[in-house]
Design a binder for this molecule. Structure first.
Ligand SMILES: [Zn+2]
Ligand SMILES: [Zn+2]
Length: 458
């Protein structure tokens, strides 16, 4: 067979969401990820794939973020019956993510959701990290390597008669709490590389815990709520572990706050997101996959994801009561709620109630895609109006951007991933980034790898 694959990008081409790449070589017709479009890209129909779904022989999943897996139920509804390959932790997390995605799109039919999930579960085939796995037909071998992004994340190596293609998925940055940083591939003829932060380096990464602690201290001094919009999967667990560390290490946050009646109470850390709660529970069960330093904390009797001051909210009525209570009392509190880009989820009710209050502090700890409310809030000046839950809402809250918490490799990290491959790739294809970022990163890489063709989509 001709071992040079044909690679087509069906998503995350002109933006950062809806990752979906097709790899065809010999009889193999593989998809790498099948994600949901979000933000400005979210008007795309869920079932319009742009390729013949029945011809796809297998789906390979790099990690469980919704922009990489969110359209799997629609892929199956369109007739995909092949195996879904992923790492073992991803196999544990994937049903939770998809159950939530299905529940949002089919809110009133629990039976249908259950049937769809049962079918997906029957197709998932976990593959251990670092082991070559032959795909049906025998022409292609697959290997997952740690990507250092979130629990279970991997970059994918595909070997077709010695021709090696690597799909980076999302690559993590050094210092991730739960997972080890990625190592560069030993070989790649073609590298399909994410480039979310291809034009800049993260600042303050080393000091991010101190920065978080100081910001929390300042934000809470005037009372009011600190809102942290966070992705249910990955960011939420990292922030919780950082907060546990702050509480443990310097007693900074574990101070008692004066109440109007003179009594004190420990600062409540409120996790108000059913999906984030289930993800956090799943993370606890994946203890064997945690990085060594974190496992050691757990052995020392600490609970990075289940400490005393952590309050979790499951039911919607308790959520509404909490929004009301915190808005009314202005008691210092920290709330983590999804969604990370303020596009739906319980964070919306907090924002609607608390954006007008100057005592409110919003900590952005993740990427805010174009067209999202998160991006609009970041742009807004005090007194501006933004639309929350379809209501014009005055914005008087304090906005903080904590860039050090990104779960994505920055320009230096992405560059190392490419330049440390012993033989430079023939071709690098940049995906998963804004157009301007991709062009800047293209120029940056072309300088360092003169013999590599660096491709960006038009
Ligand atoms: Zn991701
Ligand atoms: Zn992604």
């Amino acid at each position: 067979m001709d071992s040079t694959p044909q690679i087509t990008h069906h998503g995350a081409v002109t933006g950062v969401t809806g990752s979906c790449h097709q790899y065809q070589a010999g009889h193999a017709n593989l998809l790498i990820d099948c994600g949901l479009f979000q933000g400005a890209e979210s008007d795309r129909p869920l079932h319009a794939f742009g390729f013949d779904v029945a011809e796809v022989t297998a789906l390979i999943v790099t990690h469980c973020h919704i922009d990489h897996v969110g359209r799997i139920p629609w892929l199956i509804a369109a007739g995909f019956r092949g195996p879904i390959y992923c790492t073992e932790p991803t196999a544990a997390l994937l049903p939770l993510v998809l159950e939530d995605a299905l529940g949002i799109h089919i809110p009133n039919d629990a039976d249908l959701v259950e049937k769809a999930l049962a079918r997906i579960l029957g197709q998932i085939q976990p593959v251990p990290y670092n082991q070559w796995h032959p795909l049906p037909g025998g022409e292609i071998e697959l290997r997952f390597q740690p990507a250092g992004h979130i629990m279970g994340s991997a970059y994918v190596e595909l070997d077709a008669s010695g021709h090696r293609t690597v799909f980076s998925g999302d690559l993590g940055a050094p210092g991730a709490v739960f997972v080890d940083p990625p190592q560069a591939p030993e070989r790649a003829d073609i590298l399909v590389l994410e480039s979310t932060y291809g034009n800049r380096d993260h600042e303050a990464r080393a000091e991010r815990k101190t920065e978080l602690g100081n910001s929390l201290k300042r934000a809470l001094a005037d009372g009011g709520t600190v809102l942290i919009p966070a992705f249910s999967l990955g960011r939420t667990q990292e922030i919780l572990a950082f907060i546990e560390d702050l509480l443990f290490e310097n007693n900074l946050l574990h101070t008692t706050h004066s109440q109007p009646d003179g009594t004190g109470a420990a600062l409540p850390i409120i996790l108000d997101s059913p999906l984030a709660l289930r993800m956090t529970q799943a993370y606890r069960h994946l203890l064997d996959h945690w990085r060594e330093p974190l496992q050691n904390k757990r052995r020392a009797g600490r609970y990075p994801l289940a400490f005393d001051q952590l309050i979790t909210i499951e039911h919607h009525r308790d959520h509404l009561a909490m929004v009301k209570r915190l808005t009314h009392t202005q008691q210092p509190a920290v709330v983590l709620a999804a969604s990370g880009m303020c596009q739906g989820g319980r964070i919306m009710n907090y924002l609607e109630a608390m954006l007008p209050l100057p005592e409110t502090d919003i900590f952005f700890v993740g990427y805010q895609a174009k067209g999202t409310l998160g991006a609009a809030i970041q742009r807004a000046q005090p007194g501006d109006t933004v639309r929350v839950n379809n209501h014009p809402t005055p914005m008087n809250a304090q906005i903080h951007r904590l860039s050090g918490f990104s779960a994505h490799a920055d320009r230096t990290g992405l560059t190392h991933f490419c330049t440390q491959i012993p033989t430079a790739p023939t071709e690098i294809r940049l995906v998963h980034g804004d157009a301007k970022v991709k062009r800047e990163f293209q120029a940056h890489l072309a300088n360092r790898l003169p013999d590599t063709s660096v491709w960006v989509p038009d």
